[in-house]
Design a protein around this ligand. Structure first.
Ligand code: ADP
Ligand code: MG
Length: 302
């Protein structure tokens, strides 16, 4: 197969591993920087151009879209779909996952466990919003943050009010969320491929920090997950229509709760801690499912 790997940097661990795995299985891989793609949109003849030439002949696209380029990256994936090229994760699924509010709304519709979450616009409703999630301690997070950036723990209602006011002054959209204290700074990253959890790791925040992100100094080890956790992860990926997803689950008194779903989950942490060859499993999934014209997810909506 000829595979397009949408990545801005071929030297990143995840890119390198996917290239390696695809080549080892006899495929040809071209790394494409989405920001250098430009598109011609016209009836029945959608095109993508790249560095002065027209892209053609691809059998599959593996999108790795960074959070800072979601809008443009999703448009490029969508254009591949218009051209009838199979995309491992579809543009609509990527955008559903990237917006934390939309993601949680879609999960809630399916009855998947989540921390109680509030969202509001008007500053007049701040006190009631805080009450809605049971008051402090609570977590306040920017809708499009990643790597723990823009995720704040407010230990008192007063602190929560100040953070909310600050975010509002910046015209930033944010969620307020019940703080799951009993998780003690840990969460579980479940790596889902094609409706199966293929690997799971527990991430634990460093001392004095509640965010478990590896980018914030968290540490990881392989996790044994329960049946309920496995089901939750699989259902979350399916609710968003993602074939490949990193589903972050927090262990609470009420059982597994989904924190977020990542549509371009990194391979370094999960392969490093579990010793599993996730890149090859991704490539094998693509081999099995890529067909010309197989685009347009029927799973989920909204
Ligand atoms: P990001 O997209 O920046 O990773 P997350 O929503 O995943 O944002 O939050 C980052 C980390 O903060 C999580 O991995 C988790 O460790 C911690 N966290 C987030 N929300 C909660 C919560 N409601 N209760 C307890 N810890 C949380
Ligand atoms: Mg996260």
């Amino acid at each position: 197969m000829k595979i397009a790997l949408l990545s801005r940097d071929r030297t990143l661990y995840s890119s390198r591993r996917l290239i390696e795995a695809a080549q080892a299985r006899g495929h040809q891989v071209e790394v494409i920087d989405v920001l250098r793609c430009y598109m011609s949109i016209q009836p029945h003849a959608p095109e993508i151009h790249y560095r002065g030439r027209k892209l053609a002949g691809f059998d599959a696209v593996i999108p790795r879209i960074g959070a800072s380029v979601t809008f443009y990256g999703a448009a490029v994936v969508r254009q591949f779909e218009m051209m009838g090229v199979y995309c491992l994760n579809e543009s609509i699924a990527i955008t559903r996952a990237r917006d934390k509010l939309r993601c949680l709304q879609l999960l809630s519709r399916k009855g998947i466990g989540l921390p109680v979450t509030g969202f509001a616009h008007s500053p007049d409703d701040t006190q009631d919003l805080i009450k809605l999630v049971g008051g402090a301690p609570m977590v306040i997070k920017l809708i499009e943050g990643t790597q723990g950036k823009g995720v704040v723990l407010a230990e008192t209602d007063k602190a929560a009010g100040s953070v909310i006011e600050a975010f509002r002054d910046l015209d930033a959209y944010f969620l307020v969320q019940d703080f799951i204290e009993e998780a003690k700074g840990s969460d579980i990253r479940c790596f889902v491929i094609g409706g199966k959890v293929v690997a799971a790791m527990q991430r634990t925040a460093r001392d004095g920090e509640f965010r478990s992100n590896l980018h914030r100094g968290g540490t990881a080890m392989e996790a044994r997950i329960t049946r309920a956790e496995r089901q939750t992860a699989v259902r979350a990926a399916s609710a968003l229509g993602l074939n490949v997803a990193g589903v972050d689950i927090i262990r609470s008194k009420q059982g597994p709760l989904v924190l977020e779903v990542n549509s371009s989950p990194g391979l370094e942490g999960i392969e490093g801690t579990t010793g599993k060859d996730i890149a090859s499993q991704i490539v094998q999934f693509v081999e099995k499912h890529a067909k010309p014209g197989k685009t347009g997810s029927t799973k989920g909506s909204g």
